[in-house]
Design a protein around this ligand. Structure first.
Ligand code: C2E
Ligand code: CA
Ligand code: CA
Length: 692
C-alpha cells in the first residue's frame, strides 16, 4: 500500500484542505473589516481637518477685526487702546501661525503663500498707523489697501487650501470605498468557491470511502452466510484492500474447512452433513417457489458379502466405483452424497409439482439401477452388484429433512423386501410404518438393557413313546406396559436395525445355560436356537458360540440351531461357510419352515443339515389336502434317504398328530402338547407328563 493511496492520507488531505479553506475565508473577511475601519478613521481625520480650517477662519476674522481696531485707535490717537489692540493682534497672528502648522501637510503651497502674506502684514499695518497718526488720510488709505490685499490673499489661499484638502479626502474615500466593496465581493466569491470546493472534496473522499466500505460489508455478509468463493472487485491498494485480503483469506479458509467437513474421504462425494444441509436449504427454497424436491435413497444389494468374501479394499473399490457411476448418471445440478457405508443419496431440486414428476423420478431411478448393474472389475474378477432405491418427495413425504430421509429410507427398505434391484416410492403408510419401527427400535434397545428379553421353551415330543426329545427356544419380550410380546412384533425390526445380534446373544446365552442345567438330569434335553440371516452372516456369532462353549463346557449336541430356508439362501456361500464352522463345533443344524422357501434339494447336502422342520402350513392342511399330504410324505422320504431328522411344527390336533405318525413323522411340536413355556413351567410340564 502506498502512502498516497491510503485512507488515512486521504483523510489528512481532506482535513488540511478544510483548514486551508477556512483560513482563506477568515483572511478575506478580515481584510473587509480592515477596509471598513480605515474608512471610519479617514472620516474622523476629515472632521478634524474641517475643525482646523474652522479655527483658522476664526483666527483670520480676529486678525481682520484687530487690524481695524488698531487703525481706529491710531485715528483717535488713543495710545493705550492702540497698544492693547497691537498686543492682541500679535497674539492672534501667533495663534494663526500655529494653526497653519497643522494644515501645512494638507496644502503646503497655499499655507506657504498664507505665511508669506501674513509676514508682510505688520510692516504694512505700521505704515497705515503712521500715516493715520500724521493725519495723511490719502496715504493712509493707500497703505490700508495693501493691508486689505494681504487679508484677501490670506482668505483666498485659505479657501484654496480648504478646497484641496476636501478634494483629496473625497478621492481617498472613493478609492477606499471601492477597495472595501472589492474586498466584500472577493470574500463572497471566495466563500462560495471554498464551500463548493470543500463539498466536492468531501463528496469525493466520502465516495472513495463509502463504496469500498459497502463492498466490504457485502463481502462480510456473504462470508458469514457461508457463501462460496467471495471474490472481491480488484482495487488499488489501501486499508480496504487489507480488509479485502483478510476477508478473502478467511473465506478461503472457511471454504476449505467446509469442503473437508462436507466431503466423504473414501468416495470424494459430499457426506451426510452436506446432505442434511442441502435438504434444509431445499425445503426453504421449495416453500418459497412452490416447487418440489426429491430424495433418492440407495443401498447396494449384498454389499456385505463383497466385503466379506473379497476383503475391505475390494469393498472400498466397489464403493468408489458406485460413487463414480452415481455421479455420472445423476442429472446436472443434483447433489450426490454418500450417506453411510453402502448407502448413497441423490437430492433433486426444482421439480415441478405435477403428474409427470413420479414418472420422471422412476425413469431416473431405473437408469441408476441399470448403470449400477453393469459388472464391476475388481482386480482380475468381475463383480455384479445391484442396488435398491427408495424415493421420497418434499413436501408430500415429509416436512422436515429428517422426515424426508426416514421416508426415503422406508421406501428403500420396501425395495429391499420387494426383491432388491428395484425402485420404490415413499407413501404415507410406509412412513407410518417407519415411524412405528423407529419407536420399536428405541424400545428394543431399552428392553435389552432392562433384561426384558427371555426365551421360552416349546417341547419337541417323540410321539412313539410320548417323551420329550428336545425344546425350541422362542424369545419373549416381557414388556412393562404391553405384557408378553411375541417375536412376530419385533424380530423383523431388530433384524433391520441391526439389534438382532444383541437379541440373539441374549437368547443364545440363556439357552446355553438352560441346556447346561438340563444336561445334569438324565441324558439332557437338546435345545434348538433360531438364527436369523443377519446373525448367521456375522462373525460375531461364531465367536460368541466358541466363547460360551469354552466357558460352559456343554455337550455340543445339546445345543442346536435352526435357520430358515430363505435366510440360508440369502447368501448361500457365506451361509455354507458359517454353517460348516458351527457344525464343526459339534452343533446340529436344522432347516426351519421347510417347504416355504425356494431352496433346491442340492443345498440340503451342500449345507450338511441334520434336521428339517416341516412348516406349519403343511401340517395344518394335512387332514384335508392331498397335496399337503403328498408334500409331507415326499419330504419324509427325502429325509429318510438323506438320513435327516424330520420335525413337524404346529401340531394342534390329535388328527394331525396321528396323520403325521402314520406317515412316519415321530418328532412333533405344537399347541397340542403345549405352547412355549418359561423354564420352570417347562420342567413342571415334563414331570406331569411323565407321571401321567
Ligand atoms: P419359528 O421358528 O417357526 O417358531 C415356531 C413358531 O410357531 C413360534 O412362534 C411358536 O410359538 C409357534 N407355534 C408353535 N406351535 C404352534 C401351533 O401349534 N400352532 C401355531 N399356530 N403356532 C405354533 P413364535 O414364538 O411367535 O415365534 C415366531 C418366530 O420368531 C419363530 O418362528 C422364529 O422364526 C422367530 N424367533 C423366535 N425366537 C427367536 C430367536 O430367539 N431368534 C430368532 N432369530 N428368531 C426367533
Ligand atoms: Ca424355529
Ligand atoms: Ca418354523
Amino acid at each position: 500500500m502506498t502512502l498516497v493511496r491510503s485512507v488515512s492520507f486521504r483523510l489528512l488531505v481532506l482535513t488540511l484542505a478544510m483548514i486551508a479553506v477556512l483560513g482563506l475565508t477568515v483572511g478575506v473577511l478580515r481584510s473587509v473589516v480592515q477596509h471598513e475601519t480605515a474608512l471610519d478613521a479617514r472620516e474622523t481625520a476629515q472632521n478634524q481637518q474641517r475643525q482646523h480650517f474652522d479655527a483658522v477662519h476664526r483666527s483670520l476674522s480676529s486678525v481682520r477685526l484687530l487690524l481695524s481696531t488698531v487703525s481706529s485707535a491710531a485715528l483717535t490717537r488713543d495710545a493705550a487702546a492702540e497698544t492693547r489692540a497691537q498686543g492682541a493682534l500679535a497674539e492672534a497672528q501667533a495663534q494663526l501661525d500655529r494653526q497653519l502648522d497643522a494644515l501645512a501637510p494638507v496644502a503646503p503651497r497655499e499655507i506657504a503663500a498664507m505665511r508669506e502674506s501674513m509676514s508682510g502684514l505688520p510692516a504694512d499695518l505700521h505704515v497705515v498707523v503712521s500715516e493715520l497718526r500724521a493725519g495723511r488720510m490719502p496715504a493712509a488709505e493707500q497703505a490700508a489697501v495693501a493691508v486689505r490685499e494681504r487679508i484677501r490673499v490670506l482668505e483666498q489661499k485659505l479657501a484654496d487650501a480648504e478646497e484641496r484638502g476636501a478634494g483629496d479626502y473625497q478621492a481617498l474615500r472613493e478609492h477606499e470605498r471601492a477597495a472595501a466593496a472589492r474586498g466584500v465581493r472577493l470574500a463572497w466569491i471566495s466563500t462560495v468557491v471554498t464551500v463548493l470546493l470543500s463539498a466536492l472534496l468531501v463528496l469525493t473522499v466520502a465516495r472513495s470511502l463509502l463504496r469500498p466500505l459497502r463492498q466490504v460489508v457485502a463481502a462480510v455478509r456473504k462470508v458469514s452466510a457461508g457463501e462460496s468463493g467471495v471474490v472481491l472487485p480488484p482495487r488499488p491498494p489501501d486499508e480496504f484492500t487489507d480488509i479485502h485480503v483478510a476477508l478473502q483469506q478467511f473465506s478461503d479458509q472457511a471454504q476449505r474447512l467446509r469442503a473437508i467437513a462436507y466431503r466423504d474421504a473414501l468416495t470424494g462425494l459430499s457426506n451426510r452433513a452436506r446432505l442434511e444441509e442441502a435438504l434444509a436449504d431445499g425445503i426453504i427454497k421449495c416453500a418459497r417457489n412452490g416447487q418440489s424436491m426429491a430424495l433418492m435413497f440407495m443401498d447396494l444389494d449384498n454389499f456385505k458379502s463383497v466385503n466379506e468374501s473379497l476383503g475391505h479394499s475390494a469393498g472400498d473399490r466397489v464403493l468408489r466405483e458406485a460413487a463414480r457411476r452415481l455421479g455420472r448418471l445423476a442429472p446436472e445440478g443434483a447433489l450426490v452424497c454418500r450417506y453411510s457405508g453402502d448407502k448413497f443419496t441423490i437430492v433433486l431440486e426444482g421439480l415441478k409439482r405435477d403428474g409427470t414428476q413420479q414418472l420422471h423420478l422412476r425413469r431416473l431411478g431405473e437408469t441408476l439401477l441399470r448403470g449400477m448393474a453393469e459388472p464391476y472389475q475388481t482386480g482380475a474378477d468381475f463383480l455384479f452388484t445391484t442396488m435398491s432405491v427408495g424415493i421420497a418427495v418434499y413436501p408430500m413425504d415429509g416436512q422436515t429433512a429428517e422426515q424426508i430421509v426416514s421416508s426415503a429410507d422406508a421406501a428403500m427398505y420396501l425395495a429391499k423386501r420387494s426383491g432388491r434391484n428395484n425402485v420404490q416410492f415413499a407413501s404415507p403408510e410406509l412412513t407410518e410404518d417407519a415411524k412405528r419401527k423407529l419407536t420399536v427400535v428405541g424400545e428394543i434397545r431399552r428392553g435389552l438393557v432392562a433384561g426384558e428379553f427371555l426365551p421360552y421353551y416349546q417341547p419337541i415330543v417323540d410321539v412313539r413313546e410320548g417323551v420329550v426329545a428336545g425344546a425350541e427356544a422362542l424369545i419373549r419380550w416381557h414388556h412393562p406396559q404391553r405384557g408378553i410380546v411375541l417375536p412376530g412384533e419385533f424380530i423383523r425390526v431388530a433384524e433391520d436395525s441391526g439389534l438382532i445380534g444383541d437379541l440373539g446373544d441374549v437368547c443364545l446365552t440363556r439357552a446355553f445355560d438352560q441346556a447346561l442345567r438340563w444336561s445334569d438330569a438324565s441324558s439332557g434335553i437338546p435345545i434348538s436356537v433360531n438364527l436369523s440371516a443377519r446373525q448367521l452372516h456375522d462373525r460375531k456369532l461364531l465367536a460368541t458360540v466358541e466363547q460360551l462353549q469354552s466357558v460352559r463346557r456343554l455337550r455340543p449336541d445339546l445345543l442346536q440351531f435352526e435357520i430358515t430356508e430363505s435366510a440360508m439362501m440369502e447368501r448361500p456361500d457365506l451361509s455354507q461357510l458359517a454353517l460348516q464352522e458351527i457344525r464343526g463345533m459339534g452343533h446340529k443344524l436344522g432347516i426351519d419352515d421347510f417347504g416355504t422357501g425356494y431352496s433346491s434339494l442340492g443345498y440340503l447336502q451342500r449345507f450338511q443339515i441334520d434336521r428339517i422342520k416341516i412348516d406349519r402350513t403343511f401340517v395344518e392342511r394335512i387332514g384335508w389336502s392331498r397335496q399337503a399330504r403328498a408334500i409331507v410324505s415326499a419330504t419324509l422320504a427325502l429325509c429318510k434317504s438323506l438320513e435327516l431328522e424330520a420335525v413337524a411344527e404346529g401340531v394342534e390336533t390329535r388328527d394331525q398328530m396321528d396323520s403325521l405318525k402314520e406317515l412316519g413323522c415321530h418328532l412333533q411340536q405344537g399347541y397340542l402338547f403345549t405352547p412355549a413355556l418359561p423354564p420352570e413351567e417347562f420342567e413342571l410340564w415334563v414331570r406331569n407328563r411323565a407321571a401321567a
